[in-house]
Design a protein around this ligand. Structure first.
Ligand SMILES: Nc1ncnc2c1ncn2[C@@H]1O[C@H](COP(=O)(O)OP(=O)(O)OP(=O)(O)O)[C@@H](O)[C@H]1O
Ligand SMILES: [Mg+2]
Length: 226
């Protein structure tokens, strides 16, 4: 579950990115965040995994006030949050398998657990036969599948996706969104920032619309635009 209470965010240079955002994304929900470039979508996503702090208001993730966390507690928050980005952000010198395994190693998983869970997660995202490939040897869609496997391998309660299909063609984009929906069906709360109107309109999920940092629309089974 993700809760925003009257959240505003101004960056140090004075840019006001978000104004008075209040919204609750219940456990197990799938929500899109849409809006024009600069509306504040990425800022909203960054607040959830405490990449940035609100200027005022509160952000709760699974009941924990993210703004009040001691720095030492931030890694524990992030264990419960998976994140995927437009540009995948895979480690270039590691294979797809190693990228996913690394995410487990940093949280102290045992070699046995890693050997069990990495192949299963690669299978879930449809990448079993590409485990030994390096990111440069993968297509964009395959790289995003690997990034998704890395994001979910520790079974996060929340999955954040900031324009995960921004670099992909429409067919590949739809496959990635199907995976996000499947992960959501397995119980993970998903928050996805996107410009992909066709995907939002087809998915018929909750749509939160931002404009100039304000929440201007919030619909269950919504669509992209007015
Ligand atoms: N680190 C930063 N420092 C200063 N201003 C920033 C920073 N990051 C974003 N902004 C500004 O905050 C506002 C919201 O940016 P944000 O990246 O959240 O928008 P967005 O909706 O994700 O846009 P896009 O669709 O282009 O990704 C914009 O005016 C942007 O210029
Ligand atoms: Mg953005």
């Amino acid at each position: 579950m993700i809760e925003f209470y009257d959240v505003s965010k101004s960056y140090p240079n004075g840019t006001a990115a978000l104004h008075g955002i209040t919204a609750t994304i219940p456990k197990g929900e799938f929500a899109f965040v849409v809006g024009p470039s600069g509306a504040g979508k990425s800022t909203l996503v960054r607040l959830v995994y405490r990449e940035t702090l609100p200027t005022s208001g509160y952000v709760f993730v699974n009941g924990v006030n993210v703004s009040k966390l001691r720095p030492a507690a931030v890694p524990y928050l992030r264990r419960n949050i998976g994140v995927v980005f437009q540009d995948f952000k895979l480690l270039p010198r590691k294979t797809a398998y190693e990228n996913v395994a690394f995410a487990m190693r940093v949280v102290g998983a045992s070699p046995k657990e890693i050997a069990r869970r990495v192949p299963a997660t690669l299978e879930l995202v449809g990448l079993v036969d590409k485990g030994e490939a390096y990111p440069a040897e993968l297509s964009g869609g395959e790289q995003q599948r690997a990034a998704l496997a890395r994001a979910i391998v520790n079974h996060p309660l929340v999955l954040l996706a900031d324009e995960p299909t921004g670099n992909l063609d429409p067919a590949t984009s739809w496959e990635i969104v199907q995976l996000l929906l499947e992960i959501n069906r397995r119980g993970t709360t998903v928050l996805m920032a996107t410009h992909a109107k066709a995907i939002v309109d087809a998915a018929r999920r909750r749509v939160i619309t931002l404009d100039h940092g304000r929440l201007v629309r919030d619909r269950q089974r919504g669509d992209y635009s007015q």
